[in-house]
Design a protein around this ligand. Structure first.
Ligand SMILES: NCc1[nH]cc(CCC(=O)O)c1CC(=O)O
Length: 311
């Protein structure tokens, strides 16, 4: 009898992940951390999602969750045990069969410029690539004289357009660039006061089946309470505004000394008008904080701004 037959050990947990380099990198990081903390072995299972195969412009897909549904399907079918997503890609509508088991400590939430110069040093008319209405709207406030060009594709493809000279710069999430090992190419990190990040940007979501109580308990070791409170508040704003990931909505919360500070903004696509509000409260009431802030924004016309065409 071999030793491995005597000590069968715990079953290997199957972690479902998108196949992109960013997704597999962040999933592997979560897998390693879980194994380090609990001793449980984890294997990555690659899943192709609609968001990875479609050539359509993300803002035109209409629905949110293009990167998420396939992984949730595999979870519900029992083909994987848990999944890791970029939290900002999660649809705001919750699925009763799925549990947000953990929100690991957040990475840098800021947006980043990749190019030869800082935004202020680009020349009038320079082309800046970003497919996000939220980023375009806020950048237009800072530099209305630049030419904002919609782009898609992974970070490699996007940065390639700068290297080739097709674009002067591109805007990406700092967290994603960090996970890809490309943080050194960042020419400027935007202060959250200037470019409010997408709700949940820089954070990860670890999901399992809602009825898998044993696994939920295990995954809870990965959770960071401060990150969870912040992203709950940010996503509550998005949900109450009935906006998706392609809406010109920014929200950022940070927990300082047990007070949760939350700022959210809706910016008209041309950058000329915006509704921006801040609030603070107890982290345990994060959801209400976000919902109430959104209600106050709607009272100031946020809904009208969002309803305007985005292209
Ligand atoms: N929508 C795609 C997406 N989803 C998560 C990230 C980056 C990592 C993060 O924000 O957590 C990105 C790319 C980007 O916005 O540059």
């Amino acid at each position: 009898m071999t030793e491995s037959m005597v000590k069968a050990g715990p079953r290997v947990l199957r972690l479902g992940t998108r196949r992109s380099l960013m997704a597999t990198t962040q999933s592997q990081r979560v897998a390693d951390r879980l194994t380090a903390l609990t001793g449980r072995p984890v294997e990555l299972v690659g899943v192709t999602t609609f968001g990875d195969v479609t050539k359509a412009h993300l803002a035109q897909l209409g629905g949110t969750g293009v990167f998420v549904s396939a992984l949730r399907d595999k979870l519900i079918e029992g083909e994987i045990d848990f999944a890791v997503h970029s939290l900002k890609d999660l649809p705001t509508a919750s699925d009763p069969r799925i549990l947000l088991a953990a929100t690991p400590p957040r990475d840098d939430p800021r947006d980043a410029l990749v190019g030869a110069a800082k935004l202020a040093d680009l020349r009038p008319g320079d082309k800046v690539g970003t497919g996000s209405p939220r980023r375009v709207a806020q950048l237009r406030v800072l530099r209305p004289d630049l030419d904002y060009v919609p782009i898609r594709g992974n970070a490699d493809t996007r940065i390639g357009k700068v290297t080739s000279g097709e674009l002067a710069a591109v805007v990406l999430a700092a967290a994603g660039l960090g996970r890809l090992g490309r943080a050194a190419e960042i020419s400027e990190l935007f202060d959250v006061a200037d470019v409010l990040p997408a709700p949940g940007q820089g954070a990860l979501a670890v999901e399992c089946r809602a009825d898998d109580h044993a696994l939920a308990e295990l995954l809870a070791v990965l959770d960071d309470a401060r990150t969870r409170a912040a992203v709950i508040a940010e996503r509550a704003v998005l949900a109450a505004l009935e906006a998706g990931c392609s809406a010109p909505v920014g929200a950022y919360a940070s927990d300082e000394g047990h007070i949760l500070n939350l700022t959210a903004a809706v910016v008209a696509f041309d950058g000329t008008r915006s509704v921006r509000k801040s609030t603070a409260g107890d982290p345990s009431a994060a959801m209400e904080l976000g919902r109430d802030l959104a209600a106050a924004m709607i009272a100031e016309g946020a809904g009208t701004l969002m309803g305007e065409r985005t292209h």
